[in-house]
Design a protein around this ligand. Sequence first.
Ligand code: SF4
Ligand code: SF4
Length: 432
Amino acid sequence: MALEKIEYDASHCQRCSTCKWSHIWEIKSHRFSRNCPSIWYGMYDAYAAQGKNDIATGLLKGEIDWNTSREKLLEIIYRCPLCAACDINCKRIMDLDIIGVLDALREEACEKGHGPLPQHKEFIQSITNYDNVWKQPRTRRANWAKKLDIKDLSKKGEKADVLYYVGCTYAYKPGMETVPQGTARIMKKAGVDFGILGAKEVCCGGIADNVGDKKSFDEIAEKNLKMFEEVGAKTIVTNCPGCYMTFSEKYARYLKKDTKDLPYVVKHSTMYIDELIQAGKIKLKKNLNMRVTYHDPCHLGRRGEPYKHWEGKRIQWGLTDPPRELNRGVNGIYEPPRNILKAIPGLKLVEMERIKEYAWCCGSGAGSKSAYPDFALAVAKERIEEAETTGASAIVSACPWCEANLSDGIDACGSKMKVMDILDVIEQSMEG
Ligand code: SF4
Ligand code: SF4
């Protein structure tokens, strides 16, 4: 039973509400002080982490049962983007694995045959049928790379220093192909020896894990890990924070290892390009004369922190044996995208109030947008209203999911801001 492994964490919640707010020292205004989109939208305690802890405990004790509360339970469990703001805020006062509780509730829903939701099943079915979440033919996966003359490492005898993994969304979503194309051009200009998996690239499987379908996730992880081994991948670069987090955290968890002990190193493209800039291999020359703000994707920020595997038990006074190192979200990928933006001549980076480990989620993660579009849109609008206060003309991000949802938020707000992918901004500054 999935919930048994988090029994201690769920039952030791203090109901203090710390998980709902940014750190008091970080709060700049009451208006933008909240940190949990789920309770902000639901306005009822069950939607907050503390309510979900009570639900997990209630299910474990048999005080709540699926048959009488099925629809409401599913809504509470799944109307949450798993942004982990609750998890890192709780760790300021407790050492509870809150994201573990939220994950276990989804796993439990699937084990009992109630989850995932029909919208999520469509994604998983699509991965089964097509190896991507967008129901697109496998043969079109590398269409973005046509005419770019990139090595296909899935072909016998092809080798490269870097495996560039594109991900389903950048590979297939119309209009987003500029990002992998730009990344490939940048790596070529910098002289990087890289290749792709062509039509053999398959979905990372992160969505299956996020919605609690661990069986499907394990099968996809196995398939990808085998592929990485076959092509001898030592360094993997990806633009998608979801894929980044899946390869660095979820695969490490699946293998019961720390991220640092994986057989490969995975880097988000902003980390890799920042290194190329520092090494002088890329020059950002063109003056862009823009004022922008940066949105931290949760999968790159709070959830982008390297995973530290722990197996042990709670002993006297709740201490852990062996001692457990906690992920607090502070070691996420915050500086590389900011370093890049600050290196662009004429570009001024202005920060929103909620940034880095206290960033407000865009609202679309972990199946939220497909199952609860009104919720996802409201959360995006809140972020756009925050971005507007900076006076920036564009909100730059580094995630296809955030960018799509924030664009919807801009339309809904009637805002004049633009949403830009950081790769497009970098390419513009390299021109000329
Ligand atoms: S911060 Fe942690 S202990 Fe406090 S209510 Fe939230 S989940 Fe419970
Ligand atoms: S993961 Fe995010 S939205 Fe879900 S309960 Fe935690 S803070 Fe709220």
